[in-house]
Design a protein around this ligand. Sequence first.
Ligand code: AMP
Length: 214
Amino acid sequence: MRIVLLGAPGSGKGTQAQKLMADENIPQISTGDMLRAAVAEGTEFGRKAKEIMDAGQLVSDEVVLGIIRDRLAQADVGNGFILDGFPRTEQQAEDLAVLLDEMDQPLDYAILMDVDFDVLMKRLTGRRTCSLTGKLLNVYFSPQSELDECTDAGGELIARADDNEETIGNRLSVYREQTEPVVGYYRTRGNLLEVDADGSIDDVYARLRTAVKA
Ligand code: AMP
């Protein structure tokens, strides 16, 4: 299965990609996670990327294409992959099509995770990662027992650096202006599936599985 997960920041792409990865045994490839790893390494490139990410803007198409090209050259993508957070511009979508064509690994679907604006805001402002387990949680939506499990074990609930209100506003307008055209790109080519991404993680996942099988 070779898929692209599309959706606004907070639409649940990362969470659903992790579930799909576990069930299908194919890697989740998140450009956001790979960029955050570069930032954590503190390289010159990482420092530049951090400024752009903290402002809620997009890293250049050229840079992310390079990252994706290297990642798709690794052996574990043989059974497929889930692209999460890429492509984010029409140019990236076109570059990806060329790259997959060269690899003879065409995309099966692009899946749009569809969710209302006010739900997105709560998901983003409430999003936390457990410092011990890396588990994704949300202070508004996760059961209290799961939040306590992390803190009782001595972990911290950490918010992403770009999950503050100002950056979130920028990320959502960047999505509208630059990434929504990517939805149109796949719709025109006839391989867009849409999933209602409002609701519990398990309900959304059930809808995603149904869409993928259809
Ligand atoms: P994410 O974790 O997918 O929300 O990505 C976090 C940030 O990383 C974004 O706000 C961008 O600054 C950057 N980023 C991630 N993926 C891309 C991409 N495909 N193109 C450009 N910038 C990206």
